[in-house]
Design a protein around this ligand. Structure first.
Ligand SMILES: C[S@@+](CC[C@H](N)C(=O)[O-])C[C@H]1O[C@@H](n2cnc3c(N)ncnc32)[C@H](O)[C@@H]1O
Length: 271
């Protein structure tokens, strides 16, 4: 694997943010799973979640499932979204935690932070703050957050144990982790495993369900559940390849070789 994955990721997602800002639609994947939604109508989120959100926030969605169905957010809670992108999950969370609550979105890509801040202004949310930083080194104090969410980001990290360990550190005792992410269900062909483009596209960095559970346990989480919810069938993968905006990352992918190998999953755990 080549070096500088973080720089590649910043360049790729920075480019997507710029596209969305120019009113183009975001996508790094397909219509039903990581990392994308190529329609104004969200396929990952039911209307209840997206109601009242700026269309640019919905169009910037690059997730692989809806983590907020797991989060059970309550008024007054503090939430941290890891790799917040254009801010869709942050802005949805802000509705649920209300004025007494607070939602942080953390991202390392300047263009994404700019897009997210513009979406925050459009939404009128007052309880939201986007911060710049790395999920492997979260710039928040210990035990300050009730819920950590994330959508299609942990797979991009080269240090997943650091990222999940940091999530554990900032959670209050009894706090919860509610994540959507890509998981690997079967062995991955070597050429895909080695491809930096496939890593950037949320594919080759994916953990198996067992690996995910083991890391969560190792950093301290309990009551862990990891469930595949959107399976990447060859039909879904074909959609990705055919999507003109995605050719840069996915065009060379052999959809037969990875039919059913990856899935969007829900990950839930407690501190
Ligand atoms: C696939 S997008 C998902 C965005 C958003 N969660 C969503 O559902 O639309 C991945 C995002 O994570 C950010 N990201 C990736 N690796 C990161 C890291 N190590 N630290 C902070 N942000 C990261 C990228 O800049 C990008 O905005």
């Amino acid at each position: 694997m080549e070096k500088n994955i973080k720089d590649e990721i910043k360049t790729y997602y920075g480019g997507i943010a710029k596209k969305v800002s120019k009113n183009s639609k975001a996508s790094c994947g397909c219509k039903t799973s990581c990392c994308g939604n190529t329609s104004n109508e969200s396929v990952l989120y039911s209307k209840e979640f997206t109601e009242g959100l700026p269309v640019e926030a919905i169009n910037a969605s690059l997730g692989c499932a809806n983590p907020l169905v797991l989060a059970n957010l309550q008024q007054g809670e503090t939430v941290l979204d890891l790799g917040s992108g254009g801010g869709i999950d942050v802005l949805i969370s802000s509705k649920y935690v209300g004025e007494q609550g607070k939602v942080y979105g953390l991202d390392m890509t300047d263009e994404m932070l700019e897009l997210a801040n513009n979406n925050k202004i459009k939404s009128g949310a007052k309880n939201v703050e986007f911060i710049k930083g790395y999920i492997e080194n979260i710039p928040l104090q210990d035990e300050t957050v009730d819920v950590v969410t994330s959508n299609c980001v942990i797979n991009l990290s080269e240090s997943k144990e650091d990222a999940l360990g940091e999530a554990y550190r900032v959670l209050k005792k009894g706090g919860r982790l509610a994540i959507a992410d890509i998981v690997q269900l079967k062995a991955v062909p070597d050429d895909i495993k080695q491809s930096i483009q496939m890593w950037v596209g949320c594919i080759s960095g994916a953990l198996t369900v067992e690996e995910y559970i083991n890391i969560l346990k190792k950093v301290g989480f309990k009551d862990i559940e990891v469930n595949a919810v959107n399976i990447y069938t060859k039909e879904v993968i074909k959609e990705i390849i055919e999507s003109k905006e995605l050719e840069d990352v996915f065009a060379k992918m052999d959809e037969m070789a990875i039919d059913g190998v990856f899935a969007g999953a829900h990950v839930k755990a407690y501190k």
